[in-house]
Design a protein around this ligand. Structure first.
Ligand code: AHG
Ligand code: MN
Ligand code: MN
Ligand code: MN
Length: 315
């Protein structure tokens, strides 16, 4: 059995980086316990406040953010925390070498439904400040709170998966996750079709046309509405996730956030042999200008992402 601490010491000599990941794993284990009790404790509702992006915060968005903040405050390696639920970057240890950007609770619109939600995180070097390209990430990961609590994490090498045991240990279950290059599954919110651009419409129409259409095979569509759940499915069995720029999100630059949703997921998917793009550029090459900046997100099985990129090249 390989546990998280053993894996970290084999993956990196940077003890601070290992500690940052252990802090996020510990926060994830604590959030998992809170989520398990939340329906009984009556915590699945609204907090009564909005975050900086104008989203109504759920009580559990705020609780999860506080849990992450507490774990990182206790970690002298962390200099700055960027969070979906915090308007500004928060300064922590003045000696810290690392920045963490997090979506403390992803998929929080699903909280009263008992479907998978998650915590996403990205680790950056303090020297570059919070506004660094995804390519500069030192590590990234997410915790998926589903039937099992899974931690998916990558430093520079493989994307590895750990599961939280009843005894509170993170036990490695997949050493080197691989997103199959070919897939017959796509994930997009099809209720937004009227807002789509020509590339998205073209790609999805080809898929729906099935075996007699230009794609030459039958496709399935799956959409949970929690990015962590949708990306986790794609990491385990392939597929493509799309939240493209559309005519409604164009003024904001997209729907999903670059620093703590798109970049960490792109880092994990690329470590597993998949691809990521905004449509016209690798997500990991996007130069951030704002900590809460949004970006179009297309990622998953390499062959499918390439097909979407070809559609954008035709435009
Ligand atoms: P969050 O709950 O952290 O605000 O993120 C929600 C995101 C993401 O999880 C999901 O893929 C997307 O919102 C779903 O958007 P739609 O409601 O437009 O389908
Ligand atoms: Mn939100
Ligand atoms: Mn999210
Ligand atoms: Mn969130």
């Amino acid at each position: 059995m390989t546990d998280l601490a053993q894996w970290l010491s084999a993956q990196t000599d940077d003890a601070d980086l290992g500690k940052a990941i252990l802090s996020m794993a510990a926060a994830g284990a604590e959030i998992a316990a809170v989520l398990r009790e939340a329906p009984i404790a009556g915590q699945t509702g609204l907090a009564g406040s909005d975050n900086v992006q104008g989203e109504a915060q759920k009580a559990l968005d705020v609780i999860s953010n506080d849990i992450v903040l507490n774990h990182l405050e206790a970690n002298a390696a962390i200099s700055i925390l960027v969070s979906e639920e915090l308007d500004e970057a928060v300064e922590l240890s003045s000696q810290g070498r690392l920045i963490v950007a997090t979506d403390p609770l992803d998929g929080s619109s699903n909280l009263d439904l008992n479907v998978t939600v998650g915590t996403i995180f990205s680790v950056l070097a303090n020297a570059g400040g919070p506004l660094q390209k995804g390519r500069a990430q030192l590590a990234a990961g997410y915790v998926a709170y589903g039937p099992a609590t899974s931690l998916v994490v990558r430093i520079e090498g493989p994307t590895s998966i750990f599961n939280l045991s009843d005894r509170g240990e993170w036990v490695q279950t997949v050493a080197d996750a691989k997103v199959p290059a070919a897939s017959g599954e796509f994930a997009i919110n099809t209720a937004r079709e009227r807002f789509w651009d020509a590339a998205t419409t073209g790609y999805v129409r080809e898929n729906i046309a099935g075996e007699t259409g230009p794609a030459g095979k039958r496709y399935n569509m799956r959409w949970v509405g929690s990015m962590v759940a949708d990306v986790h499915r794609i990491l385990m069995r392939g597929g493509v996730f799309l939240y493209p720029l559309d005519s409604e999100t164009v003024t904001k630059g997209g729907r999903l956030r670059l620093l703590y949703e798109a970049n960490p997921m792109a880092w994990l998917v690329q470590g597993a042999g998949g691809r990521s793009t905004t449509g016209t550029q690798d997500i990991l090459e996007v130069e951030p200008v704002d900590i809460h900046q949004r970006v179009p997100v297309i990622l998953g099985s390499a062959d499918e992402v390439k097909r979407v990129e070809e559609w954008y090249e035709r435009e």
